[in-house]
Ligand binder design. Structure first.
Ligand code: TA6
Length: 303
């Protein structure tokens, strides 16, 4: 089956319930809406298994979505949490690979007092012919989104081929901020980082708290499992707790490069920071039948 969109009616019948609904975004896109407790909710698009909205138990949105985001087949949505696979950044494939702009299939949903959950899958058979032509390995991805007082994304990557294949990946998370110049990020002290703005040279992060004051595009390496964003305008503490993620990109285009992105509204750079846990510096090699799992748990506290 190649990347075809299922009908909303069938999705509702098979996977919908009082906590999970399916909503048309355009003639080409569908998203699932998950509810937990009174206020907590999340929205995830079938294209890319792309989380675009997370409202916490206080009823506040914590992910950035560009007002100029493009919602059409094959175009990655600017914002939320794009899943980057099988290539992070530039390389033999187009930037950031195909996972974020392919249609994934809903394979399971469940709701309980513990939370509301949806699982989506993407296999090599689901890819468009163009993508299959560029990346011939046989794989299966499964993404499970679990919403309760926190929001957990679990990504499982399985090699269903007869040969090894290698990949890089990332959770390209756009966190909403009140003012990019009034945040700090703790967790990178003592990590080396490759700076894309300084000829990809390697530096050592000495700061306890990283603050941004300009265009930033760097890959922190051997990062801890916990990274904390403090937002002094929103009075929020957002914790990213990860597993399987050795690295984390830190990116903000600033006004210097924001204009290069037609789906970024002018000055919107002030309203988000991308903290992107994953594995980018070194590829992961998967042997046949081997499964790699990575998770990102987002927790929000008011300070
Ligand atoms: O955040 C890492 C990065 O590769 C940046 O260098 C920038 O290109 C960003 O991703 C956005 O990429 P995209 O393909 O989503 O426009």
């Amino acid at each position: 089956m190649q990347n075809s969109l299922p009908s909303i009616e069938i999705l509702k019948q098979q996977f919908g319930n009082s906590q999970i609904d399916f909503i048309p975004v355009s003639a080409e896109l569908i998203k699932a809406r998950l509810q937990f407790s009174t206020h907590a909710s999340a929205e995830i698009h079938l294209q890319g298994a792309h989380l675009t909205q997370w409202t916490d138990t206080q009823g506040e949105d914590n992910l950035f979505n560009s007002p100029d985001a493009v919602y059409q087949r094959g175009t990655a949505i600017r914002g939320g949490n794009p899943i980057i696979f099988p290539q992070f950044g530039a390389g033999i494939l187009p930037q950031h690979g195909f996972a974020r702009n392919s249609i994934w299939r809903v394979i399971k949903t469940q709701t309980s007092d513990a939370g509301t959950e949806i699982c989506l899958a993407l296999t090599s058979d689901d890819l468009s012919p163009a993508w299959r032509q560029q990346w011939k390995h046989l794989f299966e991805l499964q993404l499970t989104l679990s919403l309760n007082e926190t929001l957990t994304t679990r990504l499982q990557i399985k090699n269903i081929d007869t040969q090894d294949f290698s990949f890089t990946f990332g959770f390209h998370t756009y966190l909403a901020v009140g003012d990019i110049e009034k945040i700090k990020i703790n967790g990178f002290k003592g990590c080396e980082y490759m700076d894309n703005l300084l000829e990809r040279k390697i530096f050592l992060e000495q700061r306890e708290a990283v603050k941004l004051n300009g265009f930033t595009d760097r890959r922190y390496q051997a990062v801890p499992e916990e990274i904390i964003l403090t937002d002094c305008v929103r009075n929020k503490l957002i914790t990213l707790k990860t597993s399987g993620c050795d690295d984390a990109f830190l990116w903000n285009p600033w006004h210097t490069t924001e204009k290069n992105f037609r789906d970024l509204t002018p000055n919107s750079y002030q309203k988000f920071v991308c903290i992107e846990p994953g594995k980018m510096q070194k590829s992961i090699v998967l042997s046949p039948s081997q499964i790699f799992t990575a998770t990102q748990q987002l927790t929000c506290q008011t300070i």
